[in-house]
Design a protein around this ligand. Structure first.
Ligand code: IPD
Ligand code: CA
Ligand code: CA
Length: 258
């Protein structure tokens, strides 16, 4: 546990450094290319951020394994595994829209024990350690007290292949939109998860997510006393999180296998 706290302090320092640089780089021209589809982007700032973090981790914890969005799996001998999204919300970053973040989860013996999500433009630091609660900028957060689905504000997102694969979340969206109070789409899964943890959104669901999108955020929601479900199926993870009173109803509407 002491070791987890020490690791988390290092992460916070590193993401602040990366975030500061992202804000500077965002104001300058940067290179960009597309990945799985024309709208799935990677910028040179994603790559720079990832390299910066990898160098810090390798210097401090040379035997830890690391999984990153842009460079994949890096083998390690220890029982620790880092899961990193250097910019979650790359499309937002590329459009200079402030909802983007750095998301870092650390697993110990296969279980996520540390989660840090830092949104530099909002200057919001979300953090959690397994069993110790969740905080936003140092203050404890918990999920909302909303009890009725028709008053709930719910977030979701749509996959990059939405135009070519009919499994694109539109059916789920149509089933849910008429039953809830409001819908939000921030463009960053990690920020969505943290908004549920902070009680600002009442629930969030999405499909085809990758482990680096959700590793840190799911722990932060759990530690904020939210309900969470995630299952890896074809093309990624299905995720539903929410405040307990409305979670079951949404789960029934989505009718995902449990
Ligand atoms: C994306 C964001 C987005 C979600 C996509 C993710 P990226 O991550 O989290 O909100 O809808 O599924 O891939 O590409 O910005 O790191
Ligand atoms: Ca992502
Ligand atoms: Ca990313």
């Amino acid at each position: 546990m002491e070791q987890w706290v020490a690791i988390k302090e290092n992460i916070k320092q590193w993401v602040r450094e990366v975030g500061k640089e992202q804000l500077v780089k965002m104001e300058q021209p940067f290179q960009m290319k597309s990945k799985s589809s024309d709208i799935d982007l990677v910028t040179e700032v994603d790559e720079w951020s990832e390299q910066f973090l990898m160098e810090k981790i390798k210097a401090e914890y040379p035997d830890h394994a690391i999984m990153t969005e842009e460079s994949g799996w890096h083998e390690g001998q220890a029982e620790y595994e880092w899961v990193i999204d250097p910019i979650d919300g790359t499309v937002n970053f590329a459009h200079r829209f402030p909802f983007f973040c750095i998301s870092i989860g650390v697993k110990h013996k296969g279980e996520t024990v540390i989660g840090v999500v830092y949104a530099p433009r909002l200057d919001e630091m979300y953090e959690a350690i397994k069993g110790s609660g969740a905080t936003l900028n140092g203050r404890t957060i918990t999920v909302s007290a909303t009890e009725q689905l028709n008053k709930a504000v719910v977030a979701t997102g749509f996959p990059y292949d939405k135009g070519t694969d009919p499994n694109n979340n539109v059916e789920n969206f149509n089933a849910i939109i008429t039953k809830i109070g409001g819908i939000r789409r921030t463009g960053s899964a990690a920020i969505d998860l943290c908004q549920v943890a902070a009680g600002r959104f009442d629930a969030y669901w999405e499909i085809k997510l990758k482990e680096w999108d959700i590793c840190a955020g799911l722990l932060i929601v759990e530690e904020a006393k939210g309900n969470t479900f995630s299952a890896e199926i074809e093309k990624g993870y299905q995720v539903l999180v929410g405040t307990p009173a409305i979670y079951d109803e949404l789960s029934t509407i989505l009718s995902w296998e449990k």
